[in-house]
Design a binder for this molecule. Structure first.
Ligand SMILES: Cc1cc2nc3c(=O)[nH]c(=O)nc-3n(C[C@H](O)[C@H](O)[C@H](O)COP(=O)(O)OP(=O)(O)OC[C@H]3O[C@@H](n4cnc5c(N)ncnc54)[C@H](O)[C@@H]3O)c2cc1C
Length: 410
């Protein structure tokens, strides 16, 4: 198709991150014409084999077994390079200022592992490689959406385009259904007038790759400090991890201003020296943390998916997992509508999607908020309570089983 021509499509997805790209692939078997817009360009070069910790990028996600299943259904998981997938079998979570500790063991939940740590770019590249092998997809890459307007329907017919989209390079598209997956700061969510509830955590996530003296033993570790949780996520080399330290803004500023030797000492001490001495590999990145939730995920003829609908604190590593669940749910709803012969304009479809996803996302966000407040509080009574609570919870196999299966998305 000549891209100078306006594109007319049934479903247009804005944003080809993990969520938008997987949603597009989930519609591969549908009878509808699908288009995807993203400013990035496809990169056909395979990632080089991992030879040192420097080969890992700092942005990783802890993907749950449910996310793995979804990417497997899309045919993408088996194509991901094995030397960049790091299974983790256990997780230790403790109060750095007390004695309470939880140890998550997958066997107690009839699982082999809790999930995998994977670089975001590895999943995205796997998805984009699959997208490029789909000849019927219209890939509008290398450009952002500049404007969206509602199209005047020529008739009351079902298959009229509802939206006209203008790209920054002048290309145009029209579509019947608009699916918005352009991330937490979603510029198009605002263009369509979706309301959100936002609040800043006044925390900054510090992200880096590190090496450590002791092997991680495929265990994820998270120490809760009063000024924020520090996670060491095991990479596919025994002495390398990705760290995420969500620190109160003032503490983050002081950490970022320190020299590398001080930073690594603080990281090792922050983890209670459980992995011995720590060394930084490559740059330290930082991201402001904000919680944001769209009041409604749907609008007539449009829906928000992934971080565009909800962005949450990374302390339990659930943002991408929730977004991939949104994508799987919406793709399944649209796919089964096609089987039943329902038109894309059927309002029930998007309502079904919102009902299926909003309450789970809200529950997870509320739980993250509760944990953050519980561990961030200086109150002595809460300090005692959380340590007693952690020790008690660790001895309750049924509750541990339920928590592990919930985090796994099962
Ligand atoms: C420090 C940190 C650690 C995290 N750790 C975890 C974890 O362990 N596990 C987990 O599950 N989650 C984790 N998350 C959350 C996870 O990274 C996000 O939830 C996930 O990346 C969101 O994916 P997305 O596809 O919705 O959005 P994004 O990844 O933001 O993708 C949005 C896409 O939209 C495109 N785009 C933007 N604007 C436009 C436009 N105008 N037009 C067209 N396209 C556009 C962008 O190019 C991009 O490709 C973490 C987050 C942070 C900050």
């Amino acid at each position: 198709m000549s891209l100078a021509e306006p594109v007319s499509t049934d479903i247009l997805i804005i944003g080809g991150g993990m969520v938008g790209a997987s949603l597009a692939l989930g519609l591969r078997q549908s009878p509808w014409q699908v288009a995807l817009v993203d400013p990035r360009q496809p990169d056909p070069a395979a990632l080089p084999p991992v030879t040192s910790a420097e080969d890992f990028s700092a942005r990783v996600s802890a993907l749950s077994p449910h996310s793995q299943d979804w990417l497997t259904r899309l045919g993408v998981w088996p194509t991901l390079p094995a030397d960049r997938l790091s299974p983790y079998t256990h997780m230790q979570v403790w109060d750095a200022e007390g004695s309470g500790e939880l140890v998550f063991d997958p066997q107690g939940a009839d699982l082999h592992r809790l999930g995998h740590i994977v670089e975001n770019r590895v999943v995205e590249q796997g998805l984009w490689t699959a997208l490029e092998q789909w000849p019927d997809l219209t890939l509008l890459s290398g450009c952002r959406v500049a404007a969206i307007e509602q199209a005047e329907p020529a008739s009351q017919g079902d298959a009229e385009p509802r939206w006209r989209i203008q790209l920054e390079d002048g290309r145009e598209a029209s579509t019947r259904l608009l699916l918005i997956a352009d991330g937490a700061r979603s510029p198009t969510r605002a263009m369509l007038g979706f309301q959100t509830r936002d609040w800043s955590y006044q925390q900054t996530a510090i992200v880096a790759t590190v090496e450590h003296d002791l092997p991680h033993g495929q265990t994820a570790r998270q120490a809760f400090h009063r000024d924020g949780p520090l996670a060491f996520l095991p990479l596919a080399m025994p002495h390398a991890s990705s760290i995420v330290w969500s620190l109160d803004d003032a503490a983050a500023t002081s950490f970022l201003a320190a020299d590398a030797a001080t930073q690594t000492r603080r990281l090792a001490a922050g983890l209670g020296h459980r992995l011995g001495a720590v060394g930084l590999v490559g740059r330290v990145h930082h991201f402001p943390l904000q919680q944001r939730h769209a009041v409604h995920y749907i609008h007539t003829g449009a829906a928000l998916v992934g971080d565009a609908a909800h962005s949450i604190h990374p302390l339990a590593g659930q943002g991408a997992n929730l977004g991939l669940r949104d994508a799987a749910a919406l793709a399944d709803i649209l796919q089964s509508a096609a089987t039943q012969g329902l038109p894309l304009e059927e309002p029930l479809l998007l309502r079904r999607y919102q009902r299926a996803r909003q309450s789970e996302n809200l529950e997870t966000m509320a739980a993250m908020e509760g944990l953050k407040r519980l561990f961030g509080s200086p109150r002595a009574d809460l300090h005692l309570l959380r340590n007693l609570g952690l020790r008690w919870f660790n001895r309750q196999p049924q509750l541990m089983r339920a928590a592990i299966r919930r985090a796994a998305g099962l």
